[in-house]
Design a protein around this ligand. Structure first.
Ligand SMILES: Cc1cc2nc3c(=O)[nH]c(=O)nc-3n(C[C@H](O)[C@H](O)[C@H](O)COP(=O)(O)O)c2cc1C
Length: 441
């Protein structure tokens, strides 16, 4: 039975996972504020799991109670998952990974259902200057993507060794809890309604060295997207003139447009108008082609400066960025078998989390962060069944999630916070009305 499309009344259960093995930990102190942030929202409640004394039947600990069943049960019941941990030698604590590895196997059937129905929040803190907490956060974000949890909020903090977290970080933790719960509400709404069709998906061909390969993949993906009820917006970076960002922020900060007039404007207009993204990129030198990075920098600087502009001119909270909340997925291919496909997917995921988009990794167990393939020429597409099925399923999933989110944003328009209505025309600006009046592409 469908429930009422009301954001405020949508009840969510947020699982707070404590990944610190230490009693009385900084993680625990931060999680208590995350809890307050979650509980400040109507209908949002928490459940908890702690890795502090947990074991998972690893060698030598077979006699200890195995916490896996509890973790799986709480995970399944949650609409959102907050993972909080200290950084240990540039990653989360090792014991946590033992639990996460087993969780992934235990959820095999859940993952086959292709539901991206949970929001994730990642909170990592450490005490060393330049202590690599970002790396730990990125790694957990990727584990979320592989587990079909949409990473939608992230907090990386620094504590002073042997002292509890400072007030500023605690306040940020509360805000982070609220953000995660809000994302969980939006996603739950999106999965509780019958999706309408008509979302626009930007199929971005970023295979610039041999554009024909990207075009062949894009054509295949576009067919799937159309059959799944979405409208395809095509764009190719091949041969496009695209200046890099020069950080001339007083210009874009005050004018909400970039100083450079080149092919960026065409890309930006399509990017803003879309309800979801499917990027098709070649893997070049351990990442996507450099034109992608230039384009992302310009999107990024522009959104940052215009958020500041909203604050200065309209009194919005400082650095309250719009939450694009649009699904983003990628297909990456390369001539080298392990030539940077995964790094390219990681780059795109990091950018999407930064942007407030919802990265989805698809269904393919061979490359859970997106569809990754080994492909030297267009005619080879089809020879690797794993790759083609990964392309087809990730396109279907992108369409499905985009249609669902767009439907939720339309039907629960009056109750969803304005920050989820990023402009379709101007970076960094919230303009909710456009969504009410202009649903169809
Ligand atoms: C084995 C170990 C490795 C650590 N490695 C790092 C590190 O790479 N970077 C860092 O910033 N802090 C590192 N730390 C410090 C912890 O992240 C820091 O003390 C944190 O606040 C502990 O959080 P907790 O109280 O929630 O357990 C490490 C601590 C331990 C015990």
């Amino acid at each position: 039975m469908e429930f009422e499309p009301d954001f405020n009344k949508t009840g969510v259960n947020i699982l707070l996972i404590n990944g610190s093995p230490r009693p009385g930990s900084n993680t625990e102190a931060l999680l208590s504020r995350v809890r307050s942030g979650v509980e400040a929202l109507e209908g949002a409640a928490v459940s908890e799991f702690s890795f502090r004394a947990a074991h998972f039947g690893e060698p030598g600990y077979e006699e200890k109670p195995n916490a896996l069943a509890e973790l799986v049960e709480k995970w399944r019941a949650a609409d959102g998952v907050v993972f909080a941990a200290p950084i240990y030698t540039a990653a989360g604590p090792g014991l946590v990974y033992t639990g996460l590895d087993l969780l992934e196997s235990a959820l095999t059937e859940d993952l086959a259902s292709r539901r991206y129905a949970k929001a994730g929040g990642v909170l990592i803190q450490g005490s060393a200057p330049y202590g690599m907490a970002e790396l730990g956060a990125q790694n957990i974000i990727e584990r979320f993507v592989a587990l079909h949890v949409i990473p939608s909020a992230r907090l990386v903090g620094r504590v002073v060794d042997k002292r509890p977290p400072e007030d500023e970080l605690l306040a940020q933790a509360e805000q982070f809890g609220k953000q995660t719960a809000e994302n969980a509400k939006l996603i739950k709404l999106a999965y509780g309604l019958s999706p309408q069709t008509g979302a626009g998906i930007l199929v971005l061909n970023a295979g610039v060295d041999d554009p024909q390969i990207g075009e062949t993949i894009a054509a295949r993906a576009a067919g799937v997207l159309r059959s799944a009820g979405t409208v395809v917006i095509e764009h190719s970076f091949a041969g496009k003139r695209l200046e890099g960002c020069h950080h001339c922020i007083s210009y874009c900060g005050s004018k909400q447009t970039c100083l450079y007039r080149d092919d960026f404007q065409e890309f930006l207009a399509k990017w803003l108008s879309a309800d979801g993204y499917l990027t098709i990129a070649s893997a070049n030198n351990l990442g996507p082609p450099s034109v992608v990075r230039r384009a992302l920098d310009r999107l990024s600087e522009h959104v940052f400066q215009t958020a500041l502009h909203e604050h200065l001119t309209r009194g919005a909270a400082p650095f309250a960025y719009p939450r694009y909340s649009r699904p983003a997925a990628a297909v990456v291919y390369g001539r080298r078998r392990y030539g940077g496909q995964i790094e390219a997917l990681q780059t795109l995921i990091a950018h999407d989390v930064h942007r407030g988009n919802y990265p989805i990794g698809g269904y393919d167990r061979h490359s859970p962060l997106g569809a990754a393939g080994f492909l030297g020429q267009p005619s080879q597409l089809g020879s690797d069944q794993f790759f083609t099925s990964a392309i087809d399923t990730i396109a279907e999933d992108t369409a499905n999630v985009a249609n669902r989110l767009k439907t939720a944003k339309k039907l629960a328009f009056d109750t969803i916070p304005a920050s989820f209505y990023a402009s379709r025309e101007k970076m960094g600006v919230i303009d909710k009305e456009v969504y009410r009046n202009e649903f169809e592409h």
